[in-house]
Write a protein that binds this ligand. Structure first.
Ligand SMILES: NC(=O)c1ccc[n+]([C@@H]2O[C@H](COP(=O)([O-])OP(=O)(O)OC[C@H]3O[C@@H](n4cnc5c(N)ncnc54)[C@H](OP(=O)(O)O)[C@@H]3O)[C@@H](O)[C@H]2O)c1
Length: 407
């Protein structure tokens, strides 16, 4: 695919601003884990960034606080019932307040040099598409956009002349490791997974894990949804689908490997026998900094890697018997069409049900697999070629997944 990434793209595309002007930055999902890490870097480099729009879904207090601290031009809350509260918090600051899903899309279209797309889940699709429409840089954390609407989204980015920079640490690593390597020389891209908090648990123990235990990731500090996805290994499956749309490789050239230290983020194997890797501490500020500053680098306070103290970097094969979500996602990647969109929607419903203690940990993957089976039987996995089509599949898959849950 011509519009998939290699890191030479970023070095040739000029951003539409004077070299010494601050980068106009909007953050969709500003109150979340990625949003907060992004604003941490902005706060450390006030002369380099000018915050345009910040959005959240309902966390008005945090949104208002961030908007005031970073002197945003506009703050948007998705849930309209919070509009009056946001307006009151921002009164007298000169910051515009807005509310509703359409207002989030409008915020994504506010002129900016870079939009950090960090809304969690398929809710991020429309705003991320809107962000790409202005033809600037999209720093993509919302992996669901590529999972559910991969080809449509990459085409949309291409048609609008936007620039896509991955934020997920593994994809940021692959982007750097590939560099200018021609597609034909890439044999394999291997994404690493920490294995999550239950890497060593047997099935019986996995059946008893609680949301509280699952939310304690050993290496990364992330939002609830992606933390649960890391524990089931669904996250790695979603990332393989994401990688398929970002890089010029086929599904059979993508693999996942468990690496408990989360220091090597990705391995790219080349036809001459070289293996290119990127290493860093598991701190999202490193890949976020790259997505903001590329082709330059931004200094971060992330602690420096000390391999002598670390001593060991270990790797093992993922166990898809204990963690079937990874195999289900890989199957959806190979199946193509709307299978990844159904996978993602069913997974979002199942993860919410697990967090609400309606189903057990092992039921997450079972629900997703059952939903994909039902969708296949109903002919729902055929490819769709519009965003509205993807969102219709997403909605129907959510309905089907809910029916699979205990009442
Ligand atoms: N966290 C990580 O380290 C990490 C790493 C790689 C990739 N990612 C990806 O980055 C994305 C964000 O992850 P996260 O961990 O930062 O999530 P998070 O901490 O849960 O934050 C999600 C953000 O999205 C907003 N939001 C939630 N539902 C929304 C909706 N329906 N409409 C509009 N906004 C909504 C939230 O607002 P409220 O606060 O008001 O709810 C919050 O600002 C996900 O796609 C994830 O897979 C995350």
């Amino acid at each position: 695919m011509a519009d998939r990434l290699d890191s030479s793209h970023g070095s040739t595309r000029a951003l539409p601003r004077a070299a010494d002007a601050p980068l106009r930055l909007s953050i969709l999902g500003a109150t979340g884990s990625i949003g907060t890490s992004t604003l941490d870097l902005v706060g450390r480099n006030p002369d380099k960034y000018e915050v345009v729009a910040l959005t959240a879904q309902c966390n008005v207090d945090r949104l208002a606080e961030l908007a005031i601290t970073h002197r945003a031009k506009v703050a948007v809350v998705g849930d309209e019932t919070h509009y009056e509260a946001l307006k009151a918090r921002l009164s007298g600051t000169g910051i515009r307040a807005a509310a509703g899903a359409a207002a989030i899309e409008a915020a994504a279209e506010e002129p900016a040099d870079c939009i950090m797309a960090a809304i969690v889940g398929a809710a991020g699709l429309r705003p991320t598409f809107a962000a790409a429409r202005q033809g600037s840089r999209v720093a993509l954390a919302n992996k669901e956009c590529l999972v559910s609407a991969g080809e449509i989204f990459t085409q949309h980015v291409h048609q609008n002349g936007a620039e896509l920079l991955p934020v997920d640490s593994e994809h940021s690593a692959a982007f750097q490791a590939i560099g200018r390597t021609p597609a034909k020389s890439i044999e394999k891209i291997i994404l690493t997974a920490s294995g999550g908090p239950f890497r060593t648990f047997d099935k019986e123990r996995l059946g008893r894990v609680t949301p509280e235990e699952a939310l304690k990731h050993p290496n990364w500090s992330m939002g609830a949804k992606v933390t649960i996805d890391s524990a089931t290994l669904m996250n790695k499956g979603l990332e393989l689908i994401e990688a398929f749309h970002l890089f010029p490789v086929g599904p059979h050239q993508l693999e996942a490997i468990v690496h408990p230290q989360s220091v090597v983020h990705c391995l790219v194997m080349l036809e001459d026998g070289s293996v290119m890797a990127q290493l860093s501490q598991p701190d999202m500020r490193t890949p976020i900094a790259l997505a903001l500053a590329w082709p330059e680098r931004l200094a971060t306070p992330v602690s420096r890697l000390d391999l002598i103290t670390l001593k060991t970097l270990s790797f093992e094969a993922p166990d898809t018997d204990r963690f079937p979500a990874l195999a289900i996602a890989i199957e959806a990647l190979h199946r193509g069409g709307a299978a990844p969109a159904v996978l993602n929607a069913a997974n979002e419903i199942a993860v919410t049900a697990f967090l609400e203690k309606k189903i057990g940990f092992l039921e997450i993957a079972r629900t997703v697999a059952a939903c994909l089976e039902k969708a296949e039987a109903r002919g729902l996995l055929k490819g769709v070629d519009t965003l509205d089509g993807v969102l219709a599949v997403d909605e129907e898959a959510r309905r089907m997944a809910r029916l699979l849950l205990p009442v």
